[in-house]
Every structure is written in C-alpha cells, then in structure tokens.
Ligand binder design. Structure first.
Ligand SMILES: CC(C)(COP(=O)(O)OP(=O)(O)OC[C@H]1O[C@@H](n2cnc3c(N)ncnc32)[C@H](O)[C@@H]1OP(=O)(O)O)[C@@H](O)C(=O)NCCC(=O)NCCS
Length: 182
C-alpha cells in the first residue's frame, strides 16, 4: 500500500483558551500542574488527529517544566502543532502562555513535546502522512524532532545508543570541537 501524501504543519495547528477558575487552582491560587497537563494532552490530541485523520493515543510525554505559575483568573492559552511524523508516531509541540486580561500581560508558562501514535480500527499502530515543513522555523523544528525522538526512545529502552545515529553524530561533533582537540 502506498504512503499517505505529506501534509503541512499548518494543518495540525490547534489552540485552546481556558479561564482558570478556583476549582483549577491549588492553595496558593495557582493553576494545578495536573489540570494543565490534562488540557495540554487534549490540545496535543487535536493536533495529532488533525494530522493523522485517525484516532491517536499518547505514547509519551517528554519532561515538562513549569517555568512560571498561572494564576487563578488568568486565561491559559495552549498552542500545539505536529513538528514531524515518523512511521506511525508523531511529535507534537506545545507552547503555553498565561494571559492576564486586566493587566494585558502574556507570560510564557511552559513548552512540552508529546508523542502520539495513530491507530487503525483494530487499535493497531498505522502509518501516517509525513510532515512537509514550509518555513525555516518549521524546518528547524523538523530536524530537532528526529534528535528528540532518539533521546526518548533511548530513555524508554526502545533504541540502543549504538543505533541513535543523530545523537552519535552530535556527540562526535562535540568531542571534535572540544578544546583538548584543538
Ligand atoms: C502507544 C502504543 C500504541 C505503542 O504500541 P506498541 O505495541 O509499542 O507499537 P510499536 O512498537 O509498533 O510502536 C508504535 C510507534 O510508537 C512509538 N513509541 C512507542 N513507545 C514510545 C515511547 N515511549 N516514546 C516515543 N515513541 C514511542 C514507536 O517508536 C513507534 O513509532 P514509529 O512507528 O513512528 O516508528 C501502545 O503502547 C499503547 O496503546 N499505549 C497506551 C496508549 C494510551 O492509552 N495512552 C493514554 C495514556 S493514559
């Protein structure tokens, strides 16, 4: 069977805007991390399904860093897109901001990478369209996604370091460039 035709990043973009209410916050009045992760997972699933036109499940979530608290009353804005598709899996990038409508401020809260897998009618992984990057920024994200994939598969014990070609090349370049080699 031939591969499905590639798709632009723009086809997978998704945005969720949500006001943070008392039920979403901890005792300090900040949005709870788990509540944010839930919304991020939903936004990422929309992007994955827009790209694959299939039911998609979360396979992994890379380390998530909460850079700044999101306060009760803020509007949390989550943006996601598929950076790169592999065979049945894809990397979804999420960027999160906290908006304070009264003060008219917008602060970056976090960034994360989720991996989703597309499933067929029998819940087996199925091949998905490739991503066709169209801007320099999309190209850079596309290239970086291959390296991150190797890191997450090595950490998950699904790929041996000896088979992680991108990581090996980066390490080799770092060693070549180290001062002791000069
Ligand atoms: C994700 C899942 C479908 C993978 O199934 P599997 O039997 O391991 O399938 P495969 O080995 O064929 O892997 C399928 C793809 O997932 C990727 N994958 C699997 N585990 C991964 C991980 N930990 N991190 C990144 N990618 C992963 C593989 O690299 C492969 O990608 P590729 O086809 O693009 O190369 C399966 O583990 C599953 O159903 N998990 C539960 C999903 C779920 O319920 N999510 C919600 C959590 S609450």
């Amino acid at each position: 069977m031939s591969s499905p035709p590639s798709k632009p990043v723009a086809d997978s973009r998704a945005v969720i805007n949500e006001i943070v209410l008392p039920n979403d916050t901890n005792s300090l009045g900040n949005m709870m991390g788990g509540r944010l992760l839930h919304l991020m997972d939903k936004c990422a699933a929309i992007s994955a399904q827009r790209h694959a036109n299939r039911v998609c499940v979360t396979a992994s979530v890379d380390n998530v860093e909460f850079q700044a608290p999101i306060r009760g009353g803020d509007v949390v804005v989550i943006e996601s897109q598929v950076n790169r598709a592999f065979r049945t899996s894809m990397e979804v990038e999420l960027n999160v901001w906290a908006e304070n409508p009264k003060e008219q401020t917008r602060k970056k809260s976090n960034r994360a990478f989720y991996t989703f897998v597309a499933l067929d009618e029998d819940s087996n992984p199925i091949e998905i369209p490739a991503v066709d990057p169209q801007t320099q920024e999309e190209e850079e994200r596309y290239a970086a996604a291959a390296k991150r994939r190797e890191v997450r598969l090595v950490l998950a014990g699904r790929l041996g370091l000896e088979d992680a070609a991108n990581l090996r090349d980066d390490m080799r370049a770092a060693i070549q460039a180290s001062p002791s080699r000069a």
